[in-house]
Design a protein around this ligand. Structure first.
Ligand code: HEC
Length: 143
């Protein structure tokens, strides 16, 4: 990878570094498809920019939700909603299978006061937007 980048003039290196960082996050395995896209003999500026843009799509989507971080933050929710979003007590709503966007909207509703519940309002007030996105991604993955 580095030897490949060495072929480029120094001026291009910051840009290549960005592409490399995207690749490390988006495709750490450096899959054949991504590498082939990169490994064109005469990579022009245009191709690099296009690749960066393509790589940025899953990158941005990935940034929006980190379900592993969500699992940690959701520990306080498990008592009522269950570790897998299926509540032990039937009167608590099931979160499993809910769409992540729906969960975020519900949580924001409790936080901004448009949805009222004596339990959930304080719960949601303790969460940032990132926490909500991560927690939503965590619960949404269950069926
Ligand atoms: C003490 C029990 C309890 C805890 C802890 C708790 N919840 Fe709730 N949750 C409830 C109850 C009860 C409701 C239903 C409230 C209502 O009617 O609006 C609810 C509703 C929700 C809803 C809306 C569900 C829907 O179908 O609209 C979401 C989303 C939610 N909780 C997420 C969470 C998250 C995330 C946490 C942890 C940060 C959490 N809850 C912690 C009891 C709890």
């Amino acid at each position: 990878m580095l030897r490949f980048f060495d072929r480029f003039p120094l001026a291009l290196h910051p840009l290549i570094e960005i592409v490399n960082r995207f690749l490390n996050i988006v495709c750490p395995a450096k899959c054949a498809g991504c590498m082939q896209t990169l490994n064109i003999q005469d990579v022009t500026m245009k191709k690099i920019v296009l690749l960066t843009a393509l790589c940025a799509i899953p990158f941005v989507q990935g940034m929006a939700a980190d379900s592993a971080a969500g699992e940690k933050k959701a520990a306080v929710c498990f008592a009522c909603h269950g570790k897998d979003g299926h509540p032990a007590i039937k009167s608590y709503p099931t979160l499993a299978g809910d769409n992540a966007e729906y969960l975020v909207v519900a949580l924001k509703g409790y936080r901004d006061g448009s949805r009222l519940d004596p339990i959930m309002v304080p719960m949601a007030k303790a969460l940032s937007d990132t926490d909500m996105a991560n927690i939503a991604a965590y619960f949404a993955q269950f069926k």
